[in-house]
Structure formats: C-alpha cells, structure tokens
Design a protein around this ligand. Structure first.
Ligand SMILES: Cc1ncc(COP(=O)(O)O)c(C=O)c1O
Length: 366
C-alpha cells in the first residue's frame, strides 16, 4: 500500500462537479484577472477569519511583501521573525528593503519564543512576524503585549494556518494583519498560485488594494508605485468552493493527527507534535522528531511511504542570508529541531489503514 505525502487528486475527486461549474462561470464572464469571483472570495474569506477586510493577491509571498509595504515598512527598518520558517517570510522583509532579525523558537511548539522578542527590539524595529508553523498559532498574547508596548505592528504569517485558532480567535485576526498562501498543498489550496491579506485596518486594506494593482485605485491613475500582484479569477472561484469544505477538511486532519499520536505514543525515540493548550492546531504538517531522521525517511521511502522535511536548513544558515552573519549555534532550538523533524503523510483523506501502515513501518525502521 503506497502512502503519498499528499494526495490532491483524492480531494479534487470529492468536489470535481462544483469546481467545473465554478470554472465555467469564470469563463462565461471572462473575469480572469481580479473581478467578481475574487471579490466574492475576499468577502467569504474575511467572514471566515472574522476580519473586516480580505485582499486577494498572487501568492503568500505577495501577501507578506505587500502587507509590509502597505504598513510603510522599508529601507533601514528591522522586522523580527523566526529562522524556523519557509524562506518567503524573510524574503518579503528583504524585498521591501528592511532587515529580518531572528529570534529562536520554542521546542514544544516550533513557534516564536515570546520571551526572546523584547531583547531583539531596537530603535529600527517596526514589526514582528510570528509564523504559525505547521498549522498551530504562535503564543499571541505575549507577542501582542510586547508589540503594543513598543508601538510595533504584528503581521501573522498564517500561510500554514487556515482555520487555526488561538483562544478561540482565527489565525490572521489577532495581529494587525494576517497573510495567507493558497499554494495547492495548503489546507486551503488554490489550483495555481494565490494568497490573501486579512485585516481590520481599512487604511492598510486600501494600500494593499492599490499596491497589488500598479498603485491605481482608478484605472490608469497611479497614486503610488505598485506592482502586479492580483489574484486570478479562476483561483477566486475555486477557493470559494473549497472554503466551504475547509472546516470539515481541518477536522479530518485533526482526526488523522490524533490517530498518529495515539499509535505513536510510547514508541521509544519518537517525539510527537504537541497541541498547546491555547491552540486549535489544523495540522498542515504533522511532524515527528527522531534522532536518525535521514535514515528513517530512506527506510520509509523503500516501503513506498513518502515523507518530507519542513525545513532542513534554517533561514540563517541558507546561503541567501549569509550576509546576516549568523552562523551555526546562533539559534540552537531551531537548529536542533530542524535536524530531527520528519513530516509524515498528512491530508484529510488519509485513511486509518494508511496511518496504521506508516506507524508500523516507523516502529520497524527505528
Ligand atoms: C510559512 C510560509 N510563509 C510564506 C509562504 C509563501 O507562500 P507562497 O508559496 O504562496 O508564496 C509559505 C508557503 O509555502 C509558507 O509556508
């Protein structure tokens, strides 16, 4: 029995007819770039997140970048984030001219350690970007408290956390803004590239709407220098179809995660992910920790069980960020967990038999 890391086809089969109708509607209206289907999705997604505004853009990277630009962050500014994330978090900071300043994560959640944020604040700091890694929100209360005290913006990198909650509040709705990716493999995935910013800040909403469309609020009247980062119409229509299913899909992921954790409990040498008491984890990634990570992945691969590593090299050790001068040992918790993590197959349609097989092979391989 093959166990893929992800099976987008299995999910597509359950919504094939609805997606076909949605695509046909976009074709009939020739609403390809932005337009009514994107506007409808923005309304739906703002409702889902509990924010006043949602702005559809071209990707999660665009969402982070335009959000920083829309808040006026640029040359000479510093933005605090974590090195244990996908590189886009840092790229967005660099691409608006600011510098990423990293703080380490907590070992039990893989998320930003709020205790370390205060010491990283300088006169140049303008914002904090906690990353809700793997589908679990960072500990937002202390982060918000520090940010308010120092007059800093908080942008939630919610690219892996669609529908996750912190003390009952949805990802993206706690800080000044939340940025989402709808890359196909995400909990809410488009059938192409797409992203969104959610916010209650109407000025930021206006800025990002202009920035994503060449700085124009009225066609050919460019009030600022913008970019082309519009969401495409097909993605808006497909995302509206998929958003209705997201709560059930997230429940499926949670059920699968609990099954894994139950079966792996007490297996020597395996640390299962922990759901913090303040969080509703939506398990975009289900990541265990083991000592011989590469050996385990190779052995599971031989048995047709496909795993991943999110992420094998922390940002501060990537060649792209050598110039920050942060070598080995700079962020010890990040470095430790990134050398031990293994992402097991995880998607809502994963069957109990498949999960049982993965666990059996892990036990045999360790
Ligand atoms: C934490 C995080 N931030 C940002 C991004 C960037 O999103 P996108 O790939 O849609 O540009 C991703 C996507 O993988 C992500 O996981």
């Amino acid at each position: 029995m093959k166990v893929p890391f992800l099976d987008l086809k299995a999910q597509y089969e359950t919504i094939r007819d609805e997606v076909a109708v949605a695509i046909q509607q976009v074709l009939d209206k020739t609403a390809f770039a932005g337009g009514p289907f994107v506007a409808q999705f923005e309304k739906d997604f703002a409702g889902f997140c509990g924010t006043k505004c949602a702005i559809g853009v071209g990707s999660g990277t665009d969402a982070l970048w335009l959000c920083l630009l829309g808040l006026g962050i640029g040359n000479g500014d510093e933005v605090i984030t974590v090195p244990n994330t996908f590189i886009a978090t840092a790229e967005a900071i660099s691409y608006c001219g600011a510098t990423p300043v990293f703080v380490d994560v907590k070992e039990d959640s893989f998320n930003m350690d709020p205790e370390l944020v205060r010491a990283a604040i300088t006169k140049r700091t303008k914002a904090i970007i906690p990353v809700h890694l793997f589908g679990q929100m960072a500990d937002m209360d202390p982060i918000m408290e520090i940010a308010r005290k120092h007059g800093l913006f908080v942008i939630e990198d919610s690219c892996q956390a669609h529908g996750a909650e912190y003390k009952g509040k949805a990802a993206g709705s706690v800080g000044d803004a939340g940025c989402f990716s709808f890359y196909p493999g995400k909990n809410l995935g488009a059938y192409g590239e797409a992203g969104a910013v959610v916010t209650n800040n109407e000025e930021l909403d206006r800025n990002i709407r202009m920035l994503r469309d060449h700085g124009q609020a009225k066609k050919y009247y460019h009030g600022m220098i913008g970019w082309n980062a519009r969401m495409d119409g097909f993605q808006g229509a497909i995302l509206s179809v998929k958003l209705k299913r997201l709560p059930a899909w997230n429940e499926g992921r949670r059920r699968n995660a609990h099954l894994y954790s139950g079966l792996l409990a007490g297996v020597p040498g395996v640390i299962v992910p922990r759901e913090s008491e303040h969080a509703k984890h939506v398990f975009h990634i289900y990541s265990i920790r083991v000592k011989n990570r590469d050996g385990l992945i190779a052995k599971l691969g031989e048995k047709d069980i496909h795993c991943g590593i999110h992420y094998p090299i922390p940002i501060h050790l990537q060649d792209a960020y050598k110039s920050l001068g942060k070598g080995n040992g700079s962020y010890p918790v990040t470095e430790k967990v990134t050398s031990e993590i293994v992402s097991l197959p995880m998607f809502p349609e994963l069957s109990p038999d498949q999960i049982g097989r993965v666990v059996e092979e892990i036990k045999r391989s360790l």
